[in-house]
Ligand binder design. Structure first.
Ligand SMILES: Nc1ncnc2c1ncn2[C@@H]1O[C@H](COP(=O)(O)OP(=O)(O)OP(=O)(O)O)[C@@H](O)[C@H]1O
Length: 321
């Protein structure tokens, strides 16, 4: 895990404290910020490390199947239940269960979840016999569960039960110091996966990565690095192009000056240049001239930069906040 000594230091302290216990953990943080990575770290440091770690994405289960997915069902208990099925609690018995996106669970299922957390017992759908499962629960969400409690969309009693030890993962933009190490790690992983010579971002490319807001956090950084590795064809990382071509927050090319992307892999040069200049302007908050200006960063004469910005439809004012 990258950042354990950096931006995740506080979170890791919590991990070390809570891992040896059986206490439920609530992981809070934006999508892609590393909640699953932290859940696995807790499991690995617990007495359950040799037992299963099971992750269930509650947001991906159709609400009518949530009961059966979590607690299992007996044969014939509903149309389509052609055989007995073990639920995720049974499969995680002795180990750790990560319920990702717990806020998406229907209220009826939340009641059953509360019960298993309170006394470890449950029944399969259509089953009479009470069963037991010894499971350590880790819940994760990017939602404001407290607000959902206030709206009646999340049960207050369940909220108290899972909110014993909350850990909040900072967004990547709140721990920019971790970006260089993460980028290096992700670049090595991409190169291995793609069978390309490993490449590392240059200082200029790192500046682009440091400047980007990363709404999709580490997952998005991984995707940008992978795209950059593919576009760089083993000779480098095409970070500017990868950022300009795909990031949801990437500056959109100006219709009059940059044609639509015609190929997925090769962005028009104007678009790449525009994204690069925009990144420099974001960095300097719109300042063009002087020692802290974008012209200096880009090694351009300020007037040259101004005329390129005009041609590409960029205005310094847009970067001033
Ligand atoms: N600190 C880290 N070091 C190395 N890789 C990381 C780190 N944090 C996240 N990643 C990688 O980033 C990706 C996203 O992380 P993860 O799946 O844990 O995020 P998440 O918060 O659980 O996302 P979601 O809310 O969408 O489920 C994964 O591929 C993971 O391996």
């Amino acid at each position: 895990m990258i950042g354990a000594e950096g931006g995740l230091r506080g979170v890791m302290q919590g991990v070390e404290q809570v891992a040896p216990t059986d206490t439920p953990v609530l992981l809070l943080g934006e999508t892609g910020s590393g909640k699953e990575v932290i859940a696995r770290a807790i499991h690995a440091r617990s007495r359950r490390a040799e037992a299963p770690f099971v992750r269930v994405n509650c947001g991906a289960i159709p609400p009518e199947l949530a009961d059966s997915e979590l607690f299992g069902h007996e044969r014939g208990s509903f149309t389509g239940a052609t055989s007995r099925r073990q639920g995720w609690f049974e499969r995680a018995d002795g180990g750790t269960l990560l319920l990702d996106e717990i806020g998406e669970l229907p209220l009826a299922v939340q009641v059953r979840l509360l019960r298993i957390l309170q006394d470890g017992s449950f029944e399969r759908v259509g089953g009479q016999q009470p069963l037991r499962a010894d499971v350590r629960l880790i819940a994760a969400t990017h939602r404001d569960l407290h607000a959902m409690v206030a709206d009646g969309r999340f049960r207050e009693d369940l909220w108290y039960r899972i909110n014993v030890f909350p850990l909040r993962l900072p967004a990547l933009r709140e721990r920019r110091d971790d970006i260089p190490a993460l980028a290096a790690h992700l670049a090595r992983k991409s190169a291995l996966r793609l069978g390309l010579a490993p490449q590392q971002p240059s200082t200029d490319e790192l500046a682009l990565l440091l400047d980007y807001p990363w709404p999709g956090n580490v997952r998005e950084l991984g995707a940008v690095i992978e795209r950059a590795a593919i576009l760089g064809e083993g000779r480098g990382l095409a970070i500017a192009q990868a950022l300009g071509a795909g990031g949801p927050g990437a500056p959109r090319p100006h219709a009059a000056t940059a044609p639509a992307v015609e190929s997925d892999s090769i962005a028009p040069l104007d678009q790449v240049v525009r994204a690069h200049i925009a990144a420099a302007l974001r960095h300097t908050r719109g300042r063009i001239e002087g020692p802290h200006g974008a012209a200096r960063l880009l090694a351009l004469n300020p007037n040259t930069l101004r005329s390129r910005m005009r041609r590409l439809g960029l205005t310094a004012r847009d970067f001033r906040d």
